[in-house]
Design a protein around this ligand. Structure first.
Ligand SMILES: *Cc1c(COP(=O)(O)O)cnc(C)c1O
Length: 340
């Protein structure tokens, strides 16, 4: 089976498993797991931030950050298809009792002018704007990347207004590899960053939340009340450390393979449009006459899995477990699609 549904489906490599087996561990609730500490420290260092908090999922790192940044009667500014709003079970309302100001992005990306327009003025009828949250790469936007200029414009606005800026960096390494931006510089723009290790980096479990030391200390209490205090998590942290070392540069291969798929789809008579494939996500629309179900059934008959992404919409994701031979097999299956 070739699984293009998500970059979360990867299995640890033999070398990653070996690093996990050999990890020194301890009880992380007692702050005695050296491998967790090393991962938190190393991830924070890479992004020019002070401290890190290792968590089971990116949903948890995002929601902890939002909870720690906001309070009830306040509001989070984000894009209308952002993961924190669309795919985290309404967690902003549930955990934080905060409102959301939703903005329509260009493939998920906001501009400083849009964000400025959403910041609430002082008025008893309004919630107060407590957080601005961006997503890079943007999932629903087809793995789109922010330009450095757009990010700095928004960061300068946030600083001027005294509003914290959070980054949902589930796929931040894809953005760094695709654009050549430097991770170190991100810490100057963002107050907090959530980084997923279980997407393109290919670990079985885990995300890290990065930020100032005092803020991360507050976040640790929130992780605890969510039931996220864990024990010998060093076995999982070891996979993260291994991935930071060995699985970042290779993301360029995933991007090259995604472009190959995008080009073939672009040329296919049954495809209406393909979003620009900047990184490892390829989102496309099928022409009327071929439903996403029919298309996915054809792929399944060729041992390929992919995700429906709305009416007529499909998403392909390239990752560690999709090699050139797999891409060749997908390209072959795309040629034999019969549109009605
Ligand atoms: C996957 C993802 C997350 C976190 O997902 P988990 O499955 O909870 O780890 C957050 N943001 C974006 C943009 C994602 O794609």
């Amino acid at each position: 089976m070739i699984d293009l549904r998500s970059d979360t489906v990867t299995r640890p490599t033999a070398a990653m498993l070996d690093a996990m087996f050999r990890a020194p561990v301890g009880d992380d609730v007692y702050e005695e797991d050296p491998t967790v500490r090393e991962l938190e420290h190393e991830a924070a260092r890479r992004f020019g931030l002070e401290a890190g908090l290792f968590c089971p999922s990116g949903t948890m790192t995002n929601q902890i950050a939002i909870k720690a940044h906001t309070e009830p009667l306040s509001e989070v500014v984000c894009e209308q298809t952002s993961h924190i709003y669309l795919w985290e079970v309404g967690g902003i309302a549930f955990h934080s009792g905060a409102s959301v100001a939703l903005l329509p992005g260009d493939r998920g990306r906001l501009t400083a002018a849009q964000v400025a327009g959403a910041i609430r003025s002082e008025n008893i009828h309004y919630p107060t704007t407590s957080l601005i949250s961006l997503e890079n790469t943007h999932n629903r936007g087809g793995g789109s990347c922010y330009s450095w200029e757009a990010l700095t414009d928004i960061a300068e606005l946030a600083k001027r207004q005294g509003i914290p800026l959070h980054l949902d960096g589930a796929r931040i390494f894809n953005a760094l590899v695709a654009t050549g931006q430097q991770s170190q510089e991100y810490g100057r723009l963002f107050d907090t960053i959530s980084v997923c290790l279980s997407k393109g980096l290919g670990t079985p479990v885990g995300s890290v939340l990065l930020g100032p030391a005092a803020f991360i200390k507050k976040c640790k209490r929130i992780r605890k009340v969510m039931g996220g205090g864990w024990r010998q998590a060093g076995y999982l942290a070891a996979a993260g450390l291994y991935a930071l070392e060995h699985h970042v540069a290779r993301l360029a291969d995933d991007h090259r393979r995604a472009r190959q798929l995008a080009e073939a789809l672009q040329a296919a008579p049954y495809v209406d449009f393909v979003l620009p494939a900047e990184t490892n996500l390829v989102i496309f629309r099928l022409r009327d006459g071929l439903s996403e179900d029919q298309f996915l059934q054809h792929l399944a008959a060729n041992d390929i899995k992919a995700s429906a992404f709305g009416p007529q919409m499909v998403r392909f994701v390239t990752h560690l477990d999709v090699d050139d031979a797999a891409i060749a097999q997908v390209l072959k299956a795309l040629q034999s699609v019969q549109a009605a």
